[in-house]
Ligand binder design. Structure first.
Ligand code: GLA
Length: 373
């Protein structure tokens, strides 16, 4: 072993859920995410080479072999998360050397719980420990986000990576994506609990539409800026300002901006409700978010709308909405614990009948962020 770093590390890197605050992160607004107790485990060992790396993922025959001096994007999607992170780290530190890594996971992929951020952040976190690279948690979060921008082409915000690394058990994080200030809010919702319903649908337009939404928001900011020179992002805008600029915006841009400003306000309202233990209000806000994502932001799909509409007729559900980027993945539901099983059974039957697709479900327990075992 070197005098710096370790020979071997094992790291658990969790997925995340988000209580409220969807598509607000890249608009530099508020989000309210937390990690869950489903994670990717990395076992990392030095191999005493300068630049040769081998990464094996359980379930994939073929190992990913990388020379740090010649990192380039791959045609295989999951490999790009790894390659992107290695590229970003190597750019920052030549202390990174050859290693081997095995990956195993109980995180559903494409379910909107950000297995991608877990993959990026867990690898970066583990390599930082293995080679004592001196990266702060904040740097790990940012370089993982950059990996996604540069190697996957998704211009995501910071929420997923931040939640995966920074979360604290039994808390959610109120993060201001502009100042990057954050606080931990205790999350006690008994006798309710969070149930995630995985539509097992992942529409292919998710990534391109995501980038389009981001552009539309930027278009809105450029228009607002003409009247309000201090508006650098939609988090600086109010609904009054948007109304006043209505005639300058095309209807789509107007809807996108309206949604984001409303959603940003909803996050703060949700925190107030949570602090008061007012779960009914929290649930109502979640339903409002879904409505906004469906009609104004237009990132929902039939399957997700079906799940949310179904829950509206059930007294045991206080609120539900699609979670994450949209176009598939999960809905997050605030459900009374005594009736959760029967709710899951009925919604699963109805969903399968409607779409001929099996629904899967799991509970969302706020858990710790990336952990060195
Ligand atoms: C994806 C992105 C996040 C965030 C959400 C929507 O999960 O990775 O940055 O924008 O969508 O809230």
């Amino acid at each position: 072993m070197d005098d710096k770093g370790l020979d071997k590390v094992i790291v658990d890197s969790p997925g995340r859920i988000n209580i409220i605050g969807e598509h607000t992160d890249y608009n530099l607004g508020y989000v309210l995410p937390t990690a869950i107790d489903k994670r990717i485990r990395f076992t990392l060992e030095r191999n005493n080479t300068d630049t040769q790396c081998e990464i094996r993922s359980k379930g994939y025959e073929k190992a990913l072999v990388v020379d740090l001096k010649h990192i380039a994007p791959s045609n295989t999607q999951w490999e790009n998360y790894i390659l992107g992170v290695l590229y970003e780290i190597y750019k920052r530190s030549k202390e990174l050397k050859g290693f081997q890594c095995t990956i195993e996971s109980d995180l559903p992929v494409g379910a909107g719980v950000s297995s991608s951020a877990a993959l990026e952040c867990g690898l970066a976190f583990g390599l930082n420990e293995l080679f004592d690279l001196g990266l702060t948690k904040h740097e790990i979060v940012v370089l993982s986000r950059d990996a996604e921008h540069n190697y996957l082409g998704t211009k995501c915000g910071i929420m997923d990576q931040f939640a995966s690394v920074m979360s604290k058990k039994d808390h959610v994080i109120l993060l201001d994506c502009k100042s990057m200030e954050y606080s931990y809010i205790p999350f006690s919702i008994a006798p309710y609990k969070l149930v995630l319903l995985n539509s097992n649908i992942s529409h292919s337009l998710a990534s391109s539409e995501y980038n389009t939404r981001r552009k539309e928001c930027e278009e809105g900011v450029a228009i607002l800026l003409k009247k309000y020179p201090y508006v650098a992002s939609l988090s600086d805008a109010s609904l009054e300002m948007i109304k006043a600029s209505k005639t300058d915006m095309n209807p789509k841009v107007l809807d996108r901006c309206t949604y984001v400003v409303q959603e940003n306000n909803r996050v703060l309202d949700a925190v107030e409700a949570l602090n008061k233990g007012d779960l009914k209000t929290l649930g109502t806000l979640m339903y409002q978010t879904h409505e906004g994502l469906r009609t104004l932001y237009q990132v929902s799909c039939r399957e997700l709308d079906f799940l949310v509409d179904f829950s509206k007729n059930r007294v045991e559900v206080l609120g539900a909405r699609l979670m994450g980027g949209g176009f598939g993945g999960c809905t997050i539901n605030l459900v009374h614990e005594d009736a959760a099983d029967s709710f899951i059974q009925s919604v699963s039957e109805a969903y399968e009948k409607e779409f001929n697709i099996k629904l899967t479900s799991f509970e969302g327990h706020p858990s710790a962020g990336t952990t060195l075992l």
